[in-house]
Design a protein around this ligand. Sequence first.
Ligand code: G6P
Length: 613
Amino acid sequence: MCGIVGYIGNKQAYPILIKGLQRLEYRGYDSAGIALLSEGNLNVYKTKGKVSDLIRFAEQQDIKGTVGIAHTRWATHGEPNTINAHPHCSQSEELAIIHNGIIENYAVLKESLIEHGYTFHSQTDTEVLIQLIEYIKKSNNIDLPTAVQLALNQVVGAYAIAVIEKNHPDLIVAARKGSPLVVGIGDDEFFLASDATPIIEFTNQVVYVGEEEIVTLRRGKQLKIRTIGNVEKTPEVMNLEMTLSQLEKGGYPHFMIKEIFEQPKTLSDSMRGRVNIEENNIKLAGFIDNKEKFLNAKRIIITACGTSWHAGLIGKYAIEEFARIPVEVEYSSEFRYRKPVIHTDDIVIAISQSGETADTLAAVELAKSKGAFIFGICNVVGSSIPRNTHSGCYTHAGPEIGVASTKAFTAQVTVLTMLAMMIGKEKGTLSHEQYFKIVSELGRIPDKITQVLKQNTKIAELAKTFTYAQNFIYMGRGYNFPVALEGALKLKEISYIHAEGYPAAEMKHGPIALISQEMPVVVIATSAGMYEKVVSNIQEIKARKGRVISIVTEGDVVVSNLTDYSISIPDTEECLVPLLAAIPLQLFAYHIAVVKGCDVDQPRNLAKSVTVE
Ligand code: G6P
């Protein structure tokens, strides 16, 4: 996590860097800092807290300069205070660094630097790296790019770094391994950032820095890339398709609610060019290009974290139902370390909104090394996971800024459903009749989401009733079980209310003991999928005086009468219910968090892109 940004050119760097940090704040917001080179000085300003705290502090200082680097932090080494905030300076105060990642062998390096007379002020691994760069630079009397290269050869861990030098105001040296880094190329200027969002305002020409590559940005010169192993690389310039309006709140109070309301459009975008309603057909290039692999797969392993893992569970239900291929869904963090059995005829599907989650990336590498075919389902175009998989599909949900994932989740479920249907159709395990029915229903989903969103005010009112609660249980069965998990996660993440998701029938194996008036229960009880069984589960809760909020299908009276509050969603095919049922749960979590005064877009201790283990 952590966001890094840099600028070198003819403009004033400060406003560009600050705006860039604000765009990257979703990556971490424990502390923020900036370093600027101006008139022979290296000015470093940093503070605990958010970018807004940095602005308050920095604007009292000298913020001139046309070259600079800046950082927003999610703490790994050392508590989130001002001393541990980035940028960090070298002993001579001639060099400054920003860093996203972890230097694993920092303790050994630190010890040897102490022996060479270096002293340390912070508890960070990053300070060790900048001291090492300075030590190598001074003791070999070499330039900064070479010193960075030699230092990185001694480092074990993950990093995206940018370094500037007081006496060379025409230079930024940056490098990456395991953490993302993008360079934007403008007119006689370069931008540098953890993702493209700080750059799009200025240029759509970008270079995604590759693994173990070092980039040298010199004012007025060409971008230079070489590897840590000293091999020259030709920069591959790409065109960004993102627009600026996608990165702004567009009149909404928070990104999260904007992104919830974008879902009719983002799902249409996920299906665009893929679902053809006139021809009643789905075409997913990622599947077509690898058809034989999918048709011959003995097993599919889905690996992901957080919300993406929940989408993976829904994918399992759809793939097993339609394609009759066994599917295992693995937390990437467990999968990567637990010596899993992976065969060469397995397909591993990695799901990730950011495409940067360290554990998922490591799971991909592991599966690749065992000879499996790796398919990525990611949202951020050009991110690390799609670049490290054999093939895949983008979800096309557009930039998701709110830390709690919403539109990316429904887009992931949509792509997985399309994939399951295509495999099933080609294998002959999904009947033509069912295939056609689901294809035409998929086309109606965006409008049906619009209908669900019309209940926003009602859900906001309902949320007010429940802000008192300390705990919640969410229940569902079949396709709605992962939706219950996701609903509970949304509430936990942004309102800090403890919530558990359960398969409804599991309640009687323990959680039912918790039921009382103080423990509200949210039940997804739609008519498609084990309706009667869920009704019985609700009866069991009501018999114990539990307060129940139900998500029901329009026209339902049985569950509506049985439960204390109900929210209805339009009827749809069973496999598509999650796309509708997730919406009221997202809204419910959002409104509870707003009433409680929580920081919805930047919940405490979380970050959107988890690039550390
Ligand atoms: C973090 C985010 C979650 C996300 C998870 C996986 O925890 O806060 O919203 O679901 O990472 O991220 P990914 O980008 O791989 O989907």
